[in-house]
Design a protein around this ligand. Sequence first.
Ligand code: 4NP
Length: 144
Amino acid sequence: MVCLGNICRSPLAEGILKSKVNPEEVFVDSAGTGHWHIGNPPDERSIAVGRKYNIDITDQLGRQFSAKDFDDFDLIYVMDNSNKSDVLELAENEEQRAKVKLILDEVFPGENVDVPDPYMGGTMGFEKVYRMLDEACKLIAAKL
Ligand code: 4NP
């Protein structure tokens, strides 16, 4: 699960997907394309909305996406098109490029919908993000 800061959207996506899969079968992690929040816990507003739905993300720490993630992961879900271009810039071949998926393509195939960055907005943004990610993760977990 990849976003820009790895403190708002992707930690929630990580926590939500983890809650829907068998951890012995599926390893889920998240990262940011940016470096600003390496080692930081998730944003308080993501922690709060997760808690509201019984998803605990307080043990997560920010890390930056790197080219090595293409070797370590089978699927790379990005939150928006900007994340997608940043991640694709690090891809070296078609196999790696094929791993990168816009997460809301699961819900709205081919419509190119972004999970909006809630960082600058209010709490409602986080609620909306949570609902979008929950819907997408349900479909992802069913496929996995
Ligand atoms: P995220 O939100 O990509 O969903 O984690 C952001 C968090 C921090 C920043 C940008 C987006 N930032 O610029 O610090």
